[in-house]
Design a protein around this ligand. Structure first.
Ligand code: PLP
Ligand code: COI
Length: 340
């Protein structure tokens, strides 16, 4: 119930909203967008998503802004990334235009659940695509289901807005030529042991190294990594990390604000040279990293945080664009005119 929600106290967890949108792929074609109120999905017990991981998802947000309007950020990029995840997992591709239409529709239908401006919360939009066709041999299903639901969320990381990470020396989230570059549910299942072990030790999460040589920085479990030094925004280029839409946007914004942008291999030794470090993504937005612990070397890398940082300036510019308070000069924002 919306009445029971204290927007300012929301964490990143699921709250029921009235409607979700579904679309079925059967007999070689996608059907109509359907409006549902059920939170459950009836499915065959041999569905390929349950056995062979034919599942991909996305994440984006709708923002209630100061001018009363509701905005989406780069929804076309999420649609395209879901298409590339689906292609890699040999699933039916949900067309980009229909993805955008479904996102608009689900936000409009649940508009009451878009948190108010300045509550610190936003409406998280979770599209997913699953193989529903019954399959026992390891091969692609012939039936699929696209679903998009929404849930109001607060900050992804608990605490005071800064995080402490542990360098992950033991586990990989993805293989060198595996699924790290797509948003496959399996990547997240594979990251849970590292997540739990790092939390048990008091960290907010792990920073993965490249799975091939363990020489370069890859990413955080649910966000990309960036470091800042000498007027440079540096972020890893790696085939095993998710191409973050937030990070891609920050590269553009950083360049526009006068930073030199370097997207390249980031050797582990370089960590000690960064003045600032951060995690960036839809859920994380920009979360400053105050320190990173390396258990192998028993060494802690410390970084500057606070208002007087490039990370903070980048955060402000990004959020101001998302909330329609800074010029949308790159054409990233959609206003949902049907919601007032
Ligand atoms: N890396 C991983 C592993 C993620 O799950 C996410 C979240 O989507 C990101 C990075 C950030 O991507 P984006 O900025 O597109 O949300
Ligand atoms: C996002 O930032 O949207 C994500 O998907 C990260 C995480 C919640 C899986």
């Amino acid at each position: 119930m919306k009445e029971n929600l204290d927007w300012a106290k929301l964490g990143f967890s699921y709250h029921k909203t009235p409607y979700n949108i579904r679309c079925y792929y059967r007999n070689g074609k996608w059907g109509e967008l359907e409006i549902h109120s059920d939170e459950t999905i009836p499915m065959h017990m041999a569905a390929s998503c349950l056995h062979y991981g034919q599942e991909a998802f996305e994440g984006l947000k709708a923002y209630r802004c100061k001018d009363g309007k509701v905005r989406l950020f780069r929804v076309d990029e999420n649609a395209k990334r879901m298409a590339s995840s689906s292609e890699y997992l040999q699933m039916a591709v949900f067309p980009v235009e229909r993805f955008i239409e479904a996102v608009h529709k689900v936000v409009e239908l649940n508009a009451e659940y878009i948190p108010p401006y300045e509550s610190g919360a936003s409406l998280y939009i979770r599209p997913l695509l699953i193989g529903t066709g019954a399959q026992v041999g390891v091969k692609p299903a012939d039936e699929y289901l696209f679903v998009v639901f929404v849930t109001p969320v607060g900050p992804y990381f608990k605490g005071d807005g800064e995080i402490t990470m542990c360098l992950e020396r033991k586990y990989d989230r993805a293989a060198p030529h595996g699924t790290g570059h797509i948003k496959a549910g399996g990547n997240y299942g594979a990251s849970l042991t590292a997540y739990v072990e790092s939390h048990d030790k008091g960290f907010d999460g792990v920073l993965y190294l490249d799975p091939k040589e363990k020489k370069y920085i890859d990413e955080v479990g649910a966000a990309n990594f960036f470091g800042i030094k000498d007027g440079k925004y540096v972020t890893p280029d790696s085939p095993s990390i998710l191409p973050s839409i937030t990070n891609k946007s920050l590269c553009t914004i950083a360049g526009d604000m006068g930073l030199t942008v370097e997207r390249r291999h980031v050797p582990l030794e370089e960590l000690s040279t960064f003045e600032e470090a951060g995690a960036c993504g839809t859920a994380a937005v920009i979360t400053p990293i105050n320190n990173i612990y390396d258990p192998e070397e028993d060494k802690t890398y410390r970084f500057k945080t606070g208002d007087d940082t490039w990370s903070h300036k980048l955060y402000r510019r990004l959020v101001d664009i998302q909330y329609g308070q800074a010029e949308d000069k790159f054409g990233w924002v959609t206003v949902l005119d049907s919601i007032r």
